[in-house]
Design a protein around this ligand. Structure first.
Ligand code: ADP
Ligand code: MG
Length: 920
């Protein structure tokens, strides 16, 4: 756009013309203010300087709207203020006789310059600052609008032009160290800028340069000479990237910077052998301000040329990058007047080149020339934005009051007048803050990349897990398949077995049916037999007969007695006569015969009665055997079989040792192998009951003991096992049987049963069996070696008092045998019970609440104590205390006495008792 060309842009329109007095002729292209209006504008007689269409007022700031008007630039004329320096001491003296050639009319913003005593010229400026105007006022009218404009995002230029000594540096660069009221524009501008910006977001950088003889040098870092001016070919923006840019955060650092700059300027000028008035000082303040709450939507163009709308989060923030340039120009006087005699003409030309070029450019701009020679000098290149560019520009021209410098003053005034014609197109320097967006996007990108990496890793993990699951599933499928195959095979097998079982059941049922039929017929036979041949009936009739005979005999006897008494009385009568005496004797003999006959008859009756009882029982027994409900034994067992209290009372067998019994036993034993569990249970109960009777020998002979032992290992049925164990326990009471049990591996079988069984009654039977075996002197070692004691002790875990009682009995039996051995003088060896670890249990249960347990243990302890070799172990195991207790408290006197005797007879116990000071 044209305004980017800065000074090269011709002035399109002047909002108002500059003025000259009607009496005054136009001079140097400056149009008179009144009465003739400027050609470009029908200005009023006292035309006011046109407001440069500032977006903000001088006092109240307002945020410029970002609209097309601002984006394309707004016309804004260079504002020019004139400042008159008060007379200095020299002038007061030298010009004492002269009147000032300058007359100011500040309220009219006019300046009159006396040409001669009768003629003067009047010029109008944007501001007229008198010799008594304060620095504050100067700042407010000249600089403040520009500073505010800079803070709003516009470039701004404040420049002082004038003859050396007229107060340019006073106006711009005064630090006000002695009196703060003297602070110049630079210091005050920075105060306002610092007050406005936000240190967190915004930034201010300052460069301070000197331009002398077309060389730019850095006033902040000495030695940085000849800094190149760089122009952006696209935007036309001018910058000095080689210049030091100091970031400023407070006023003090800025004052330090200015002082440093001044000091360096002085040093540089001394080195160059010149004066500061010959060089231009340029202060560049770059302000970067973020626009609060403003972030435009970002539309990026993709490679297809299509706009891609970025989401709100990626909208770049808006930033305003504006620049304030404060230029303290070199003295505008001609060189021959400045007193710089030391310079050659060419050098002098070079010194003034920039200023001359500036004048030419302003003239060209003021006149609307098509060519603006900005490239002629470095100053004009640097200030291309300030005149005819996009900056808001304020120029203060400084003049002295002395008529001696009237020519220079006039030249300055004309420069100001021309500058007032220069129109700028101010443009908001607002842009997207791509750098911060870029940083944000970089961060976002990094975040996204790491997120993607994380997600990728997760994905990999998930994939791995999926793979594992897949393999697991495959494995499971394979397992399932093989399991299904197995199941199918199993099923087929079960099906086959099922059919087989059904068949065998069918067979069994048929068998049973057959048996039942047989039984039925047998019973019928029996019934018939009974009816026909029942000896009982026969005998009954015999008895009846006998009874009748007896009754008859009784009657006969009574009759005979009667006869006897009649005979006796007859005898007495006859005795009185001799032949009757003989007859009586004969009668007496007959009576005696009768009496004998009667006695014989009575004995016969008794015999018949006995036979009757026997035959009745026999008949009942036969009946029961046949009905399969063979009755055995009696309820009067005192042995282990009595524990089979649940044995069917119909299972009682008369065990009177008749020939039929043996036949029944064989039958019963064969029933132990029956397929019918009930029959097996019943049969084992019968054998058990028989074993409790006197028929043990016969049972053993018939193989009953062997069968019982085998049952222990072969059966799964708890009842059978319990009853079989009971039978063995009963059989184990007999010494011969004990040896047989041992030889048939009974201990192993009983131990196994002890391990497997849970029913305390089974355990009781097993314990009872072992307890009986414990009572055999000859079997002690074998019993121990085959694990009998261990098995016995293992059963205490059942904790059932019945079981514990049997265990205690076994221990007592064992101890008793051992003590017997000791008494009989066998080799003294420690009790096998102690070897097998029975002592702790013995001691622990010595005072068991259950008297059967306690009694057995008390006895066991006494027996153990009988062997001296056990003494130490008994003491160590705490048995001594129990023996003492037994000797004192046992309710059975014999045991009490036995314990006492053991205590006093054992040297080990005696020693211990002495040690413990226990008196028995
Ligand atoms: P320039 O920079 O234009 O050469 P200076 O700023 O150095 O001129 O001023 C020259 C002298 O005049 C200095 O001593 C300065 O203090 C004094 N001076 C300039 N302007 C004023 C003013 N408005 N009031 C008082 N003294 C001034
Ligand atoms: Mg100066």
């Amino acid at each position: 756009m044209s305004y980017r060309n800065g000074l090269a842009r011709p002035v399109q329109k002047l909002e108002r013309s500059l003025s000259v007095n009607s009496n005054c002729s136009s001079n140097n292209g400056v149009r008179p203010l009144v009465p003739s209006p400027p050609p470009s504008s029908p200005a009023p007689t006292r035309a006011k300087p046109v407001s440069p269409s500032r977006p903000a007022s001088a006092t109240g700031r307002r945020t410029p709207q970002r609209n097309s008007r601002y984006e394309s630039g707004v016309s804004s004329r260079v504002r020019v203020a004139v400042r008159l320096r008060p007379r200095n001491a020299e002038e007061i003296v030298a010009d004492a006789d002269f009147a000032d050639c300058i007359e100011l009319q500040p309220e009219l913003k006019r300046l009159k310059i006396r040409k001669n005593n009768w003629d003067c010229e009047t010029y109008e400026f944007d501001e007229v600052l008198t010799d008594f105007s304060s620095q504050k006022r100067v700042y407010e009218v000249v600089a403040k609008p520009v500073v505010e404009s800079v803070l709003e995002g516009y470039n701004g230029t404040i420049m002082a032009y004038g003859q050396t000594g007229t107060g340019k540096t006073f106006t711009l660069g005064r630090l006000g160290e002695e009196d703060i009221a003297d602070r110049g524009i630079m210091v005050r501008a920075m105060e306002d800028i610092l007050a406005d910006i936000s240190p967190e977001q915004d930034s201010i950088t300052v460069s301070y340069l000197q331009l002398y003889m077309e060389t730019v040098l850095d006033l902040l870092v000495p030695g940085k000479d000849n800094i190149p001016i760089v122009e952006d070919p696209k935007t036309g923006d001018v910058s000095l990237p080689g210049a030091t840019a100091v970031e400023i955060w407070d006023q003090t650092s800025f004052l330090d910077l200015l002082q440093t700059g001044e000091a360096n300027r002085f040093a540089a000028n001394t080195k160059l052998n010149t004066e500061s008035s010959r060089s231009h000082a340029i202060l560049m303040v770059n302000v970067k301000k973020h626009v609060k709450g403003k972030g435009g939507d970002l539309i990026l163009t993709n490679e297809n040329g299509l706009g891609v709308h970025m989401s709100k989060g990626f909208c770049p923030p808006m930033v305003r990058k504006s620049k304030l340039v404060v230029v303290d120009l070199a003295g505008s006087e001609r060189l021959d007047k400045s007193g710089s005699e030391g310079h050659a003409l060419e050098e002098a030309k070079s010194i003034n080149l920039s200023l001359t070029s500036l004048g030419k450019c302003i003239n060209a701009l003021a006149e609307g020339s098509s060519h603006i020679p900005i490239r002629d000098s470095k100053l004009t290149r640097l200030l291309r934005d300030s005149f005819g560019g996009t900056a808001r520009t304020s120029l203060v021209i400084t003049i002295g009051p002395s008529p001696r410098h009237r020519g220079e003053t006039m030249s300055t005034i004309m420069f100001g007048q021309r500058a007032m014609k220069v129109e700028n197109m101010v443009k908001l320097k607002e842009e997207f803050d791509y750098k911060s967006l870029c940083r944000r996007l970089d961060m976002e990108l990094e975040k996204r990349v790491s997120e993607i990496e994380r997600q990728g890793k997760l994905l990999l993990d998930v994939e791995e897990k999926l793979q594992e699951r897949l393999e697991e599933t495959k494995r499971a499928e394979r397992n399932l398949e093989s399991a299904l195959e197995k199941m199918a095979a199993e099923r087929a097998r079960y099906h086959k077995e099922h059919i087989e079982v059904l068949e065998s059941l069918e067979n069994e049922r048929a068998e049973r049916q057959k048996m039942e039929n047989q039984l039925q017929s047998t019973m019928q036979d029996m019934q018939h037999h009974r009816e026909v041949f029942d000896p009982c009936n026969q005998l009954k009739s015999e008895i009846l007969e006998l009874k009748l005979q007896l009754d008859k005999e009784v009657q006969l006897r009574q009759q005979a007695e009667k006869e006897l008494s009649a005979l006796k009385s007859g005898l007495t009568k006859i005795e009185s006569t001799s032949p009757e005496g003989q007859e009586a004797l004969i009668l007496s003999r007959r009576l005696e015969d009768e009496m004998k006959q009667r006695k014989n008859l009575e004995e016969e009756i008794q015999q018949l009665r006995n036979q009757l009882t026997q035959v009745t029982l026999q008949a009942d027994e036969a009946k029961r055997i046949v009905s399969g409900r063979i009755s055995f034994g009696s309820e009067s067992h005192k042995s282990f079989a009595s524990v089979n209290h649940n044995i069917d009372t119909s299972a009682n067998l008369n065990t009177s040792g008749r020939p039929q019994e043996h036949v029944g036993l064989q039958k019963v034993l064969s029933l132990l192998d029956s397929a019918d569990l009930d029959v097996r249970v019943h049969a084992v109960k019968v054998v058990a009951n028989l074993a409790a009777e006197v028929n043990q020998e016969k049972i053993v002979e018939a193989g009953g003991l062997h069968s019982m032992l085998m049952l222990l290992s072969s059966t799964e049925d708890e009842t059978i096992r319990r009853v079989a164990a009971g039978a063995i326990a009963n059989l184990a009471m007999n010494e011969t049987n004990q040896e047989l049990i041992m030889s048939e591996g009974g201990i192993t079988l009983l131990s196994k049963t002890a391990d497997d069984a849970e029913d305390p009654q089974t355990l009781r039977m097993v314990a009872g069996a072992i307890a009986n075996l414990c009572g055999n002197d000859k079997l002690q070692l074998k019993l121990r070696d085959e694990g009998g004691i261990k098995a016995l002790l293992s059963m205490v875990k059942s904790n059932h008092p019945d079981v514990l009682a049997q265990v205690a009995r076994g221990i007592a039996n064992f101890a008793k045998c051992e003590s017997r051995g000791a008494v009989q003088g066998s080799k003294p060896a420690r009790s096998l019970l102690i070897d097998e670890g029975a002592l702790p249990w013995i001691v622990a249960n010595a005072s068991n609440e259950a008297s059967p347990i306690r009694r057995h243990i008390e006895l066991a302890l006494c027996h153990l104590a009988q062997k001296d070799v056990n003494g130490k172990d008994l003491v160590a195991g705490g048995a001594l205390w129990e023996l003492i207790r037994i000797s004192r408290e046992c309710s059975r006197e014999d045991i009490r006495m036995l314990a006492h005797r053991m205590l006093i007879s054992s040297s080990v116990f005696q020693a211990e008792l002495r040690r413990l000071h226990i008196v028995l």
